[in-house]
Ligand binder design. Structure first.
Ligand code: HEC
Ligand code: HEC
Length: 164
């Protein structure tokens, strides 16, 4: 019995701690209390500038530099492949989906888009003017390596000065 009391006491303390921590938290919905409806933010506008954005890491699916409102992807039709397929991309000046998109899971090439890559928007997103909700502290691995090399082998300005 006493062990049950002790356990309850521990749970109580944990809950109190969690409540304290929750006080400092501000979710994506902002400071509006949970029982009130916050004002919905303006919907982001999809940009349609035909300007490719750089990729943050090697295997990032590139963002879509054009609007896709009417490009249907259903069981019967994949409108994206109307322009991006191997046989038609030249006609539309669109980049061909990369070779990986024609591979099955055994790395064999198929004649048509692989079922694993059929639903394009599962990985590729349109570009919008949406502001960042939280600060992004992502650092490219390339920059990380540069920083490490600088730290391990800092340039020696004194030695250089002596030479001159
Ligand atoms: C009418 C032809 C057409 C259709 C349909 C189309 N695209 Fe494109 N897409 C292009 C062209 C042309 C480009 C080259 C950049 C530009 O002009 O916008 C492009 C660029 C892209 C890129 C950028 C690739 C890179 O290397 O940065 C992605 C990703 C992309 N499209 C995905 C899609 C997806 C997903 C769909 C379907 C929802 C789609 N596209 C439908 C013509 C098309
Ligand atoms: C499972 C995730 C996934 C799906 C689904 C997917 N892609 Fe990709 N796509 C990627 C990744 C990752 C890359 C970059 C690496 C690569 O080329 O494999 C890419 C690259 C591309 C590129 C750039 C090719 C180049 O050489 O610059 C285009 C265009 C593209 N995809 C279009 C499409 C279209 C159209 C579809 C739907 C038919 C599609 N993707 C489905 C993940 C995906």
């Amino acid at each position: 019995m006493s062990s049950l009391v002790r356990r309850l006491a521990i749970i109580g303390v944990l809950c109190f701690g969690a409540a304290l921590a929750a006080d400092n938290l501000e979710g994506l919905r902002g400071p509006t209390p949970l029982d009130q409806e916050p004002k919905a933010p303006r919907m982001a506008i999809v940009e349609n500038f035909d300007v490719k954005r750089g990729r943050a890491y090697t295997s990032q699916p590139p963002t879509i530099p054009h609007a896709i409102d009417r490009y249907e992807i259903t069981r019967n039709v994949n409108y994206c492949m109307y322009c991006h397929s191997r046989v038609r991309n030249e006609e539309f000046g669109a980049p061909m989906v990369s070779a990986t998109h024609y591979m099955d899971r055994d790395q064999d090439f198929l004649a048509e888009i692989s079922p694993r890559r059929y639903f394009c928007t599962q990985c590729h997103v349109v570009q919008t003017d949406a502001p960042l909700k939280v600060d992004n502290r992502f650092v490219d691995v390339y920059e990380l390596i540069e920083r490490e090399q600088q730290a391990a082998d800092p340039p020696a300005p004194e030695a250089k000065e002596k030479k001159e």
